[in-house]
Ligand binder design. Structure first.
Ligand code: TZP
Ligand code: MG
Length: 214
């Protein structure tokens, strides 16, 4: 298990099979992103577009965990305590509507670090009062095509406001493009978490470099 530090949020890649074109392979994309220097990877495979079954999902997650471990990059599971336990994930990321974060802390807090989505003032304030959360993911900063049920867009000002209230490192999420990376960092966020900026890039190495340089 890798213990959490805020530098892990600098170039945070999230990806599942639903985020890829038919010709792309998830293991290959993650391998390329790891070689390019991503600082965290979140396995988020869900919804209608996923090409995995419950069985293949565990096998693919194990393979990706091994690749992350070799690269010394944390492997974070989205919203699935059982899967996180099965593959000995370094971290788990939960949303406000998932199994309550307190239950996740009780079940997994000694084995994995915990990230929580917080998209407004009330959520940040409530989360600040809970022990055992490592970081917050806040957004969507910009409109996103990668999450159908995304919360309302908060913009850079909204992100800056949440960062100021947060007692933990915040990673920005949602619609972030290379052009906006430095503006995201100027809000005080510890980094950017992205799906399409990396998954849809023709130059993953260059894209990740831009994240690390921001
Ligand atoms: N949560 C809020 S926005 C989002 C998630 C998972 C999707 C981010 O994807 P992209 O492609 O970087 O906008
Ligand atoms: Mg969720």
């Amino acid at each position: 298990m890798l213990s959490f530090n805020a530098d892990m949020l600098k170039a945070y890649f999230i990806c599942g099979t639903q985020d890829l074109k038919p010709e792309q392979d998830l293991v290959e994309v993650v391998q390329t992103a790891l070689r390019a220097g991503i600082t965290a990877y979140q396995f988020r495979d869900k919804g209608k577009g996923s090409t995995l079954t419950p069985e293949t999902r565990v096998a693919v997650a194990k393979r990706l965990k091994d690749l992350c471990q070799l690269a010394n990059v944390p492997f974070i599971v989205d919203d699935d305590v059982d899967l996180a336990k099965q593959v000995h994930a370094d971290g788990i990321h939960v949303g406000q509507s998932d199994e309550g974060v307190e239950a996740v802390i009780t079940e997994l807090g000694d084995q994995a670090f915990i990230g929580l989505s917080c998209s407004n003032e009330a959520e940040i304030t409530a989360a600040n009062a809970i022990d055992g959360i490592a970081y917050y993911g806040s957004g969507p900063v910009f409109p996103t095509g990668s999450k159908a049920d995304a919360d309302p867009v908060i913009g850079l000002d909204g992100l800056q406001h949440l960062v100021a209230l947060a007692t933990r490192p915040v990673v920005g999420i949602g619609g972030i493009t290379v052009d906006q990376l430095s503006a995201v960092i100027k809000t005080g966020a510890a980094g950017s978490s992205v799906i399409s900026m990396i998954a849809g890039s023709d130059d993953i190495a260059g894209t990740v470099k831009a994240m690390l340089n921001a």
